[in-house]
Design a protein around this ligand. Structure first.
Ligand SMILES: Cc1cc2nc3c(=O)[nH]c(=O)nc-3n(C[C@H](O)[C@H](O)[C@H](O)COP(=O)(O)OP(=O)(O)OC[C@H]3O[C@@H](n4cnc5c(N)ncnc54)[C@H](O)[C@@H]3O)c2cc1C
Length: 598
């Protein structure tokens, strides 16, 4: 009985893939589009579109194919594992080829046709990475005069790249994003240089407040090629992740300039001129491509309030908060009520400070244990690993859900969390904390993808607010006096220290700083989906704006996000850069439009 069902599932998917391939081979766009359900989504990561894009409906499918089919030349669609079925939906994994590369895909098939299709480019033909069977020898087993050792070659490269030899790509910013991309470009043989103003790779994490540990679990955080060992803690302390990044940079042989600050970048006649300040002097680099990996949580939002100049205590943005040690017994006002605010309030309270949190708008809180179990457990956990969901598979499952309907997958998870932690939410509410579940009840990931803010993963500090050990005030800040923060309703909060946990600006702000304001405006806002929910203005984009894909500024790219995104999407960005480096045609379908300046 089971076997019959499995056979018929397989047969149904095989039939669909064969019909799809036949229609594509015949360049019969209407026939291919008709294989999709009327309400359908096709998400393509670089394989067909040389872009990261999602089309909707049969018209969208037809439009994508009309523009891309001829140059893509797809073929070889073939199941890679047994399909499974849940309700009316069959889930299937497949491989395929294009004229230039090999891809992996995922299909959700219903009785109406394809509901969701994911196609991803995994490697370029003729430019496969040297892995497994193709791993490098590491040594030449023949003697020759003048033969250079690995170290001599590395030293020579360090002495020439960026000085007498120009990199093809300059990655501005060597945090986790720049490092992961640098590793991928290295493996693909693209001459690239990662540049960071800090003294050591990993310093961006080391420099954050002392109590910080990653909010995401280890299974979510692996870097490309080199997973964390099995005894790595679930939540990595920030200095430990800093050390890992430093080690990773070295062993992955990422060309990386430390203590080097990019001062400006200008694009002229098809090449960039990037001015870098280093201890030894100023260097001008002339790469073809520049990637901004300067961090979506790197450009602090410093709010401006009357009286900031007369306040006699200290003022810090959360990114510059040194930790709680110096503030035992002091009065501290933390403006903001998201992750950083809670982490900082918690650590200050532990060190005996008298802490008040100012909540300006509602926050979504989810208990870490519930998020790990219900929100992430099926994909990124020991449980997931045991059931065969590798990190790569988890990334692909996540990628297979179109953003337009992702909230529908998320809402039930957060309903379960609300039920499980009902007492906790009741206590928070009783304490006057304004809590939300996201605009449509879809919780943390959707808030992250839409606006990158507005939440706290509770690792204990919410209880301090719930029971009043950290005091809570509400409203907007009106002004500072010599020794207090005054809210719009006149509430006066005495303070020796004010911490602005007020978040970070859009990444195109970095473009305004380093290139110029018109280029930043041309590129437009970075991040967000256009969901028309708070802080994510429409129109609907279907993908994260400007991330990992061509932008309105030729040869300018953005990379970053959390470790999961940095790991997964660095592959697609690296392949796009590699293809250009090798001179392969890369016709971009539906170039990112710019609707918001920032
Ligand atoms: C408090 C906090 C907690 C977080 N927790 C998690 C978590 O648990 N898991 C997770 O995945 N993400 C987390 N994030 C989000 C995000 O993953 C991190 O912000 C991460 O550091 C982003 O990596 P990145 O490489 O994109 O940017 P960054 O780490 O910010 O790196 C950018 C780099 O660019 C460099 N740079 C900037 N301008 C220049 C210039 N002009 N010249 C040279 N160098 C320059 C900086 O020195 C910096 O090293 C957290 C963020 C914050 C703020």
């Amino acid at each position: 009985m089971t076997q019959t069902t499995e056979l018929s599932l397989r047969q149904r998917v095989d039939d669909w893939l064969a019909s799809f391939e036949a229609a594509l081979r015949a360049r019969d766009v209407p026939a291919a589009a008709a294989l999709f359900a009327p309400a359908c989504f096709w998400r393509d990561l670089v394989a067909f579109t040389w872009n990261i894009t999602t089309v909707e409906g049969r018209d969208g499918v037809a439009d994508l194919l009309t523009s891309t089919l001829e140059t893509t030349g797809p073929s070889g669609f073939e199941l890679t594992e047994e399909p499974t079925e849940a309700g009316d939906v069959i889930d299937a994994w497949f491989r395929f080829e294009t004229a230039t590369g090999r891809g992996a895909g995922h299909l959700r098939l219903t009785s109406e046709g394809a509901w969701t299709l994911l196609t991803t480019l995994r490697e370029l033909k003729g430019f496969e990475e040297n892995q497994g069977e193709r791993r490098p020898q590491g040594v030449e087993h023949s003697l020759a005069r003048g033969r250079k050792s690995w170290k001599e070659k590395r030293d020579e490269e360090a002495a020439t790249l960026g000085l007498t030899e120009q990199p093809y790509v300059v990655v501005i910013g060597g945090g986790q994003g720049g490092i992961a991309l640098g590793a991928r470009l290295r493996q693909l043989g693209v001459p690239a240089l990662v540049i960071d103003k800090n003294a050591r790779p990993g310093d961006q994490w080391r420099g954050r407040y002392k109590s910080l540990c990653l909010h995401d679990p280890v299974w979510y955080d692996h870097l490309p090629y080199l997973p964390f060992p099995a005894n790595w803690p679930v939540f990595s302390p920030k200095d430990k992740i800093g050390d890992w990044l430093e080690m990773y940079t070295r062993v992955m042989e990422v060309p990386y300039w430390t203590s080097s600050t990019v001062r400006s970048a200008r694009f002229e006649d098809g090449r960039w001129s990037v001015v870098v300040e280093r201890a030894a002097g100023t260097v001008e680099l002339t790469p073809a491509h520049v990637v901004f990996a300067t961090g979506m949580s790197g450009k602090p939002n410093w709010p401006t309030f009357a009286g900031q100049d007369v306040f006699r205590g200290e003022q810090q943005h959360s990114s510059g908060h040194p930790g709680p040690e110096a503030y035992g017994g002091k009065k501290v006002v933390v403006v903001g009520s998201n992750n950083s605010a809670f982490d900082i309030c918690g650590a200050l309270w532990e060190h005996g400070a008298d802490v008040t949190m100012v909540q300006r708008s509602s926050t979504h809180i989810v208990k870490s244990a519930s998020l790990m179990d219900i929100g992430l457990g099926d994909l990124y956990s020991e449980r997931a690993v045991a059931s065969g969901v590798t990190t790569d598979k988890a990334d692909m499952i996540f990628a297979s859900i179109p953003y337009r309907i992702m909230h529908e997958f998320q809402i039930p998870l957060y309903e379960r969390m609300a039920e499980r932690d009902a007492d906790f939410y009741a206590r928070l509410e009783k304490a006057g904390f304004r809590h939300d579940w996201g605009a449509d009840g879809s919780g943390l990931f959707m808030k992250y993808l839409r606006r990158g803010s507005g939440y706290y993963i509770d690792v204990g500090a919410a209880d301090l607010v719930a029971d009043g050990r950290v005091k809570l005030a509400h409203g907007q800040v009106d002004r500072l006096t010599e020794d207090a923060v005054v809210l719009e309703d006149g509430t006066e909060l005495p303070a020796d220290l004010v911490v602005y946990a007020t978040g970070y600006g859009s990444m195109n702000g970095w473009v305004a700083d380093l290139v110029d304001a018109p280029t930043a405006a041309k590129v437009g806002k970075v991040w967000g989906l256009g969901s028309d929910t708070p802080k994510d203005p429409g129109p609907w984009e279907g993908e994260q704006r400007n991330m990992w894909k061509p932008t309105q500024q030729e040869n300018l790219w953005f990379h970053g996000g959390n470790l999961h995104q940095s790991r997964h999407y660095s592959l697609y960005l690296a392949l796009q850069l590699k293809a250009r480096y090798e001179g392969l045609p890369t016709p971009v379908y539906r170039l990112q439009e710019s609707h918001h300046t920032g």
